[in-house]
Design a protein around this ligand. Structure first.
Ligand code: DX5
Ligand code: ZN
Length: 217
């Protein structure tokens, strides 16, 4: 699988999203991770399809939208219209997981399923053959700057095993507490897409992305 760095704009300057997203692209990031939070599924509130649409003309990056919301199905049409490339929905957020993933695909976006640190892989086994990606949260969702939970990497390894057993080809993304110190652990477990927010935006963005990439060589 191809390695990708997906910096999270949750740690960018909210007054300068366009500028910051261009810095990410120039620094060689492959994806932009966009954390959409509704203040209900998690205790934090960020932005929605309007901001995604406003950013679209400023960037060619793959827009990896992570939905920490209730009723994720309501966001499918607006995000597809806004130019989102991928939508990751939490398995814990909907009783209609299979149907909602199918709707995302029908809308022309990549469909991805997310599990919180307390949710087992077992819970998403029925949808693994239909997803483009599985996102394993390595912190509890809601805020940037939290500590990496190493136990979640057991689930990354389990998913990687299931993927080869069943000859599937979804990406495995990790999100939360990823830095130049933890990225190798996630890589060894089998992840290939790495979200990083505070590590990337704390200090020199270009240098920090370079440091992460070095660890993937
Ligand atoms: C947390 C978000 C993450 C967050 C990661 O709920 O889903 O994408 O931006 O931030 P760091 O890398 O600082 O843990
Ligand atoms: Zn995220």
């Amino acid at each position: 699988m191809e390695y990708k760095i997906a910096p999270s704009i949750l740690s960018a300057d909210f007054g300068h999203f366009a500028r910051d997203i261009q810095t990410l692209e120039a620094a060689g990031a492959e994806w932009a991770h966009i954390d959409i939070m509704d203040g209900h599924f998690v205790d934090n509130l960020t932005f929605g399809a309007g901001v995604v649409a406003a950013l679209r003309p400023h960037s060619n990056l793959f827009f990896d939208c992570h939905l920490m919301v209730e009723h994720p199905e309501k966001y499918i049409e607006p995000l597809a219209k806004a130019g989102a490339d991928s939508m990751s929905i939490h398995a814990e957020a909907t009783p209609h997981l299979h149907g909602t993933l199918q709707q995302i695909k029908n809308a022309g976006m990549k469909a991805s399923v997310v599990i919180n640190p307390g949710t087992p892989v077992e819970f998403i086994k029925p949808v693994l053959s239909m997803v483009d990606m599985v996102l394993v949260m390595s912190v509890n969702p809601g805020f940037g700057g939290q500590k990496f939970i190493p136990e979640t990497m057991e689930k990354v390894a389990e998913l990687s095993e299931i993927r080869s057993e069943r000859q599937l080809n979804f990406d495995i993304e990790v999100d939360g507490g990823i830095s130049d110190l933890t990225i190798e652990t996630a890589k060894k477990a089998g992840a290939n897409v790495f979200v990083a927010g505070s590590f990337v935006f704390n200090g020199d963005v270009t240098e920090n992305i370079y440091k992460l990439k070095e660890k993937l060589k």
